[in-house]
Design a binder for this molecule. Structure first.
Ligand SMILES: Cc1cc2nc3c(=O)[nH]c(=O)nc-3n(C[C@H](O)[C@H](O)[C@H](O)COP(=O)(O)O)c2cc1C
Length: 175
């Protein structure tokens, strides 16, 4: 892949919130998970874990926990990407809280891009009630859910979302 392939790959991804009924194959799920495991992490501690949810009732409960976001119920798979604080705090103390969130976020980004590479659609879902998700999935206390990544076969929108101009983000040398 050259640099123009890479920018084309990035710009062709969009969040999709409507999915067909088709399930993902085990190979597609494994591919997404194996790409996540190549993500960088602080101290290579990989302070993230994921709960792969395909069960319809559980997806429906997660959709409720996500303030009734329908796509969470209708996507065939929800990757509930979590930060595992114990892993990062054991070496980094308080700083490990931040690293755990970063590790989970990067792993989720890799999963989202892996889904795109497999020509699947996805929607990163960050709006949910943490306690409800904890209860539905029996998460231990040191595990924080960071994202419900909904993945399935869907239809990308005709138009991509707008972005800020890059100059609005970038500061050179100092702020
Ligand atoms: C941290 C984070 C939280 C998000 N939470 C939600 C969400 O709860 N529901 C939703 O429909 N989309 C959510 N999104 C998707 C964004 O709305 C979407 O990425 C953004 O509008 C840009 O559109 P694009 O992904 O199509 O480029 C979230 C994305 C991120 C990175």
């Amino acid at each position: 892949m050259d640099s123009s392939d890479f920018s084309g790959f990035c710009t062709s991804r969009s969040s999709v919130r409507e999915f067909d009924d088709d399930p993902l194959s085990e190979e597609e799920i494994s591919y997404i998970l194996s790409c996540a495991s190549t993500a960088p992490s602080a101290g290579n501690l990989e302070a993230w874990d994921v709960v792969v949810v395909t069960d319809e009732e559980t997806r429906s409960a997660l959709a409720e926990a996500a303030f009734s976001q329908d796509h969470v119920e209708h996507a065939p798979v929800i990757f509930v990407v979590c930060s595992n604080y114990v892993r990062s705090m054991s070496r980094y103390g308080e700083r490990g809280i931040l690293y755990g969130l970063e590790d989970a976020t990067i792993a989720c980004t890799y999963m989202m891009l892996a889904a795109h590479a497999e020509k699947l659609q996805s929607c990163w879902t960050g709006a949910f009630d943490d306690d409800d998700v904890r209860e539905i999935l029996s998460l231990p206390p040191h595990i924080r859910p960071v994202s419900l990544l909904a993945v399935g076969k869907g239809h990308p929108p005709a138009q991509h979302t707008d972005r800020m101009r890059i100059g609005e983000h970038v500061h050179r040398e100092t702020w």
